[in-house]
Write a protein that binds this ligand. Structure first.
Ligand code: AMP
Ligand code: GLY
Length: 422
C-alpha cells in the first residue's frame, strides 16, 4: 500500500518509522514531514490545511490510505473531506473531533453521561463569569473552548485573574472560539490512557506520562511536553477498569447514539485522585511526545491495524505489546517555550552510532542546503527502550552528551516519579 502521513513533528516521525517497518507498506508520502521522515518517505512541502491541494497529491501519488497525526486538520474536517472524495483515511470525523476541538462539547458529553470530570460552567459573557465567581472555591481553571495550541488553559489563584483571562478569550484571543469554560481545580497525578477505536469497538493503545513544565522539578512555563515514558505504572488493572467503565464506554456510546461513531486514536487525559480517574481532556490523536514512547512497544504491524480500523474490523485484529519500558527526552532550542533561534546546525546526528534499542526522532527539523537544521522549539526526541527506567534515562542522557549540542537544553529528571521511588 502507498501511505500518506499528515504532520511534521516527533509524533509523525515515530508513526513514519512504524509504517516503514510494515510488510504492507510500499511507499510513504509525508505532508510535509521533517528531516527525519525524509529518510523513510517522500516529503511533500504543503500547507496541510489546504485540503484540496492535499487531495491532488493523494490522487497523483495513488495513495491508498492516509493517516492524520495532528489535531488541527482533524478538527477542521479533513477526514470528512477526504472520505467524500473516496480516499481511505484513518482518523475521527469533524463531529467526533469536537471532543478535543470544543471543551464545551466535551464537558456537555460528560455532564449528560455522568462521566467523572471537574465541575464546570460554560460562559458566553462576563455576567456569567461573575455569577460563577460569587460562590466558587479558588483556584479556578480558565479554558478557551476551541483549539489554542496548548495556550488556552490558565490556573487562576484569584478572581481578578479569572476575569482578565476570560475577557481575553471573549475578545477573540483564540480565533477558534469565544466561549470560556471555568473549571474547579483538581489535585492528584496526571496520566494518559490511549485507545484505538473503530465504529463498533476499541482496543488499548498504551499508557504514558509526560512532563509539561519546561524546567526540572516540574517548574516553569507549560510546554508541548519535555519528555515522556511508557507504561504509566499509576494506571493499574483496577484503575483501567474504572477508566473504561466510567469514562471511555459512556463517551463512545454517546457518540454512537448521535449517529457519529468515533474512529481513530483517542487520548484520554486523566487526573488520578485517590485511585479514582477524572477526565481532564480528550485528544483525538496520539500525544506528542507520548507517541514516541508508545509505538516502540507495539509489536503488531501498524498498517494492518490502521487498515482494519478504517474497515471497522478492529475486533478481530490483535494489538500486541512488548513488555519493555520506554522513555524519550526532548531536546529544545534555548529560550523555548519563549523566543528561540531557528536554523541551528544538527549535522552531528549523522556521526552518532545508536544501538537497535535507541532512536532519535526528529521533531522541529528540516533540510537547509542539504544540512539538517532546527525548525522549531522542540527539536529532537532522544528515545530508548529497556527494562529499567533508571537505566534507560542514563542511556538517553549519554546519547545527548555525545551529541555535544551547546545551543539546546533538556530536562535531566524525566521519569522522576518512576525513578525516585526506587
Ligand atoms: P487541558 O488542555 O484541558 O488538558 O489542560 C492543560 C493542562 O492544564 C492539563 O494537562 C493539566 O495539567 C491542567 N489542568 C487542566 N484542567 C485542570 C483541572 N480542572 N484541574 C487541575 N489541572 C488542570
Ligand atoms: N503531550 C501532550 C499532547 O500531545 O497533547
Amino acid at each position: 500500500m502507498n501511505i500518506g502521513l499528515i504532520g511534521s513533528g516527533g509524533r509523525e516521525h515515530a508513526l513514519c518509522k512504524k509504517i516503514y517497518e510494515s510488510k504492507i507498506t510500499k511507499k510513504i508520502f509525508c505532508f510535509p514531514g521533517n528531516a527525519g521522515t525524509s529518510k523513510l518517505a517522500t516529503n511533500i512541502e504543503i500547507n496541510i490545511l489546504d485540503f484540496k491541494k492535499v487531495l491532488l497529491f493523494i490522487k497523483f501519488f495513488k495513495i491508498d490510505l492516509v493517516i492524520v497525526g495532528p489535531e488541527e486538520p482533524l478538527v477542521k474536517g479533513i477526514v470528512d473531506f477526504l472520505k467524500k472524495n473516496n480516499v481511505k483515511v484513518f482518523g475521527p470525523s469533524k463531529y467526533a473531533s469536537k471532543l478535543e476541538g470544543s471543551k464545551a462539547f466535551m464537558k456537555m458529553i460528560c455532564a449528560q453521561n455522568n462521566i467523572p470530570t471537574a465541575k464546570f460552567k460554560i460562559c458566553n459573557n462576563k455576567k456569567q463569569i461573575n455569577n460563577f465567581l460569587d460562590n466558587c472555591k479558588l483556584p479556578i481553571v480558565v479554558k478557551a473552548d476551541g483549539l489554542a495550541a496548548g495556550k488556552g488553559v490558565t490556573i487562576c489563584g484569584n478572581k481578578n485573574h479569572v476575569i482578565k483571562k476570560s475577557t481575553e478569550i471573549f475578545n477573540g484571543k483564540f480565533k477558534s472560539s469565544k466561549k470560556v469554560v471555568l473549571e474547579e481545580f483538581l489535585t492528584g497525578e496526571e496520566a494518559s490512557y490511549f485507545l484505538i477505536v473503530d465504529n463498533y469497538t476499541f482496543k488499548f493503545f498504551g499508557t504514558a506520562q509526560d512532563h509539561k513544565r519546561v524546567h526540572e522539578n516540574d517548574k516553569g512555563a507549560n510546554t508541548g511536553g519535555m519528555g515522556a515514558y511508557s507504561p504509566a505504572p499509576i494506571i493499574t488493572k483496577e484503575l483501567e477498569k474504572k477508566i473504561i467503565l466510567k469514562i471511555v464506554k459512556p463517551t463512545l456510546k454517546a457518540l454512537q447514539k448521535r449517529g457519529e461513531p468515533y474512529n481513530g486514536f483517542l487520548y484520554v487525559g486523566l487526573m488520578i485522585t485517590k485511585n479514582e480517574p477524572y477526565l481532564i481532556e480528550y485528544n483525538i490523536r496520539m500525544g506528542d511526545p507520548e507517541c514516541q514512547v508508545i509505538l516502540p512497544r507495539l509489536k503488531t504491524d501498524i498498517v494492518k491495524i490502521f487498515k482494519n480500523t478504517t474497515l471497522n474490523k478492529l475486533k478481530k485484529t490483535p494489538v500486541v505489546w512488548d513488555k519493555q519500558k520506554s522513555m524519550t527526552i526532548v531536546l529544545c532550542a534555548r529560550g523555548y517555550p519563549g523566543p528561540y533561534k531557528k536554523n541551528l546546525r544538527l549535522s552531528k546526528i549523522n556521526n552518532i552510532k545508536l544501538s537497535r534499542k535507541d532512536f532519535i526522532y526528529h521533531a522541529g527539523t528540516k533540510f537547509l542546503k542539504n544540512e539538517i537544521r532546527s525548525n522549531g522549539g522542540r527539536v529532537l526526541n532522544i528515545s530508548s527502550v529497556g527494562n529499567s527506567f533508571y537505566k534507560i534515562r542514563k542511556k538517553i542522557i549519554s546519547i545527548i552528551k555525545r551529541l555535544k549540542f551547546s545551543e539546546f537544553f533538556y530536562r535531566k529528571d524525566i521519569g522522576w516519579r518512576v525513578i525516585n521511588k526506587r
